[in-house]
Ligand binder design. Structure first.
Ligand code: ADP
Ligand code: MG
Length: 728
């Protein structure tokens, strides 16, 4: 088949594709029955466990305690029976290694006995702890080969669930993943530690405000997921998408997102049936998916859940990404989670809505109805702002990666400079606090803690600043810098840790004031005033894209870390070691390992992109260009032989020849850049990729995209943007 036919066949197939229905029909099945159908949740536990066991398990979950070993067998037994009734033949511990994906190793329930029978075995020990050969997961030097084994440990705060496969199902037990030396080899363990740290410090603050009932504070997270959905024919036609997740070539299409006609537009039926199946799968797994809509770029969509505790939200977010990828295939689509699959249209991110909630249900970032409640709100809000100000670099670090570099620091929302949008009212409140801190200043427009009421803060979408990386949205903060393919664990771990540090600072100051018999409201007022003075530079309500802000941010001393290579060294900075060590979130060894992994992942992904680009250049694009060049040359010659002048055709031939030569030169230069052995440590290697390999790829793409607009379409082997983005 010629290339022409491959692409044409794809388009014909797509034109005949039908929306798939059938997995579920809510006209015959109540949507409420679907939710949590596959989760061993509290209701099922109550139904299936002996009363004492149920109580003890709930205690473990709600108080974040260790599991009582005495109940593990009973829990496992109930879980096994429930799972087998739902078609499970296997169980697996499910964990989140530092690859950024999830990992699982299935084990059959079936155990043969010596007398030829079989038992379905799943003991308390099987549930609570698993051994795993960790040697093939990245450890960043944490694990020498002689101690290659790691183990997985049950996380009872995230309920077990059932994953269907074509022949049955698997019981999935969410776990942590640690080395024998106790180092975290995963993303869940540090997240749980950070939640614990924040809870401890937040409770200290709440006690000062007279709260005697709350026992824990949870961080709550709702993560909105953006993604592209393209037809699988086009996906398979593009080695760059298949190998790197993004297009390495592709000229700007005649129509991109200029008309702004896609956002919230009607969802095509084929896409809608994909979404319905994704939601069905997720609802059964207890993921509370809530909203779906078209995003800004053509072919781009978004899905958002209702918020949950950070740990559960993180597990569910991983399941969401996996489900999107898997279900896309059922519908003849490919789901692209890369941060920047297409040049020239918006990339994809993940908006991380974050707040703190007590175990008795109070959202601590909800402005209150009384002056007292407002004082508490302002202190907690200030804790977050101080954390973001003090550790802006670490927040930027928490979202770094080769893919996300195309958004942050490039010409796209949000920028690499971390700042906070508060909105007019709240900004005004903090400004009043700053100037009215001293007790003496009693001018009428000064807010007095314990006496004045806050103005009503708006919570409507119109008031929002879409360009800000960190925005207060009425009763939560929205951190918008996470990449669409990234786990949200890292960012939330950092967020929790930096806010825990501020809460510790606040509690220590206010406890001292109380001990010294100071008036509490005055002490709060003074502290707030002082804190606003400290974190003021982080507040910015203007346009985050403009050059003026970059200059202004520099004047304010805010970090502007453009690339992954710029931020990774912060992982082992003295301030990071001190902060994460103090709150037992990451040890220094764990930080070093993560630094190592981030750098080598970065270098490897750029390396894979470079090799893919080179292969495509030499074996697909250049041959097409040369074939067409030969045709044009023959045509020019033929016309000449016929005795006619043809200067414009000569121009075309010249232009084509120049572009093809420049393209080949750029491909050879890229090849040289790729093979060069520069030696040095991980940082040096990553820097080299950024400073030598990426520019070489950019140069190659420039000429490749030029050729795409010159070469006859029926010679062009790659599906162009105008087809990938618009035909479905
Ligand atoms: P909007 O439409 O204003 O962006 P939504 O209410 O739809 O706001 O919320 C967007 C996301 O924020 C959802 O995932 C939602 O569950 C989440 N969210 C709402 N309240 C909180 C909270 N207290 N903590 C964490 N996330 C929250
Ligand atoms: Mg949002």
């Amino acid at each position: 088949m010629t290339q022409e036919n491959v692409r044409q066949a794809a388009i014909i197939a797509i034109s005949e594709a039908k929306a798939l229905g059938g997995l579920v029909d809510y006209r015959t099945k109540d949507v409420r029955e679907v939710y949590c159908e596959h989760v061993f949740n509290e209701a099922i536990q109550r139904e299936r466990l002996p009363k004492m066991v149920f109580k003890s398990l709930q205690q473990t979950i709600k108080a974040g305690q260790e599991i009582n070993p005495g109940i593990a067998d009973a829990v496992a037994l109930a879980m096994r029976d429930w799972a087998i009734e739902h078609g499970a033949s296997h169980f697996t511990h499910w964990f989140q290694p530092m690859t950024g994906n999830t990992a699982e190793k299935h084990e059959s329930f079936i155990t043969p006995t010596p007398d030829g029978e079989v038992l379905a075995k799943f003991s308390g020990t099987d549930l609570v702890r698993g051994e795993s050969d960790a040697s093939s997961f990245p450890s960043g030097g944490l694990r020498a080969t002689f101690e290659a084994r790691g183990y997985t440990a049950w996380d009872p705060s995230s309920p077990a669930f059932i994953l269907d496969n074509p022949n049955g199902a698997t019981l999935v037990v969410p776990t942590m993943f640690v080395s024998w030396t106790g180092d975290a080899l995963d993303k869940k363990t540090p997240l749980l530690r950070s939640m614990e740290a924040l809870s401890t410090q937040a409770i200290r603050v709440l006690r000062l405000f007279g709260n005697t009932t709350s026992r824990r504070v949870f961080t709550t997270v709702g993560a909105e997921q953006e993604y592209f959905l393209i037809d699988r024919h086009f996906y398979l036609n593009r080695p760059d998408l298949v190998n790197t997740g993004r297009t390495l070539f592709g000229a700007k299409p005649p129509k991109g997102q200029e008309l702004e006609d896609n956002y919230f537009g009607a969802i095509p039926e084929r896409v809608l049936s994909f979404m319905a199946e994704v939601e069905y799968e997720l609802l059964r797994l207890g993921v509370p998916v809530k909203t779906r809509h078209n995003e800004v770029a053509p072919g781009q969509y978004e899905l958002a859940p209702t918020f949950e505790t950070a740990n559960l939200a993180t597990d569910h977010q991983m399941l969401t990404m996996e489900t999107l990828r898997k279900v896309a295939g059922h519908h003849g689509f490919a789901c692209l989670l890369h941060e920047k699959p297409f040049e020239g249209v918006n990339g994809s991110g993940k908006h991380n809505n974050w707040s703190m909630t007590t175990d008795d249900g109070e959202n601590l970032l909800e402005p209150g109805d009384t002056p007292h409640a407002n004082a508490q709100f302002l202190i907690l809000c200030a804790a977050a702002l101080r954390g973001v100000y003090k550790y802006a670099g670490l927040l930027r670090l928490s979202v770094c990666g080769a893919g996300n570099d195309h958004r942050l620091g490039a010409n796209e929302a949000p920028p690499a400079i971390i700042s906070v949008f508060l909105g007019d009212q709240l900004t005004d409140v903090f400004q009043q606090l700053r100037s009215g801190g001293a007790k003496s200043s009693k001018s009428p427009d000064h807010l007095e803690i314990g006496v004045s009421m806050l103005p009503k803060l708006p919570r409507d979408a119109g008031d929002r600043n879409r360009t800000s990386p960190f925005a207060f949205t009425g009763n939560k903060f929205e951190f918008r810098a996470i990449g669409s393919s990234q786990s949200i664990a890292g960012a939330n771990t950092v967020l929790n840790a930096i806010v825990a540090e501020s809460l510790d600072y606040i509690a220590t100051r206010l406890e001292a004031a109380v001990d010294a018999d100071q008036d509490f409201n005055n002490a709060v007022q003074e502290l707030l005033s002082e804190m606003v003075g400290e974190f003021e530079p982080i507040l910015f309500d203007g346009d985050n894209y403009c050059l003026k802000w970059q200059k202004e941010a520099q004047r304010r001393g805010l970090p502007n870390l453009q690339t992954t290579v710029d931020c990774v060294p912060l992982a082992t900075s003295p301030e990071a070691i001190e902060l994460f060590g103090k709150y037992c979130v990451y040890s220094e060894r764990e930080l070093r390992s993560r630094e190592e992994i981030l750098l080598s992942n970065y270098a490897r992904s750029i390396g894979i992109e470079a090799q893919t680009a080179s292969t495509m250049a030499h074996t697909m694009i250049l041959p097409a260009a040369l074939r067409y060049q030969a045709d044009v040359a023959a045509a020019v010659n033929n016309v000449k032989v016929a005795g006619l002048e043809n200067p414009t055709q000569m121009d075309l031939l010249r232009e084509l020849t120049e572009a093809a030569s420049a393209f080949r030169k750029a491909a050879v230069a890229l090849d040289q850049a790729v093979v060069e052995d520069i030696g040095g440590d991980a940082l040096a290697q990553a820097k080299y990729q950024r400073d030598a390999v990426i520019p070489a790829m950019d140069e190659l793409r420039l000429w490749g995209d030029k050729l795409e607009l010159l070469v006859a379409d029926d010679y062009w082997p790659l599906a162009p943007y105008r087809e990938i983005l618009f035909i479905r």
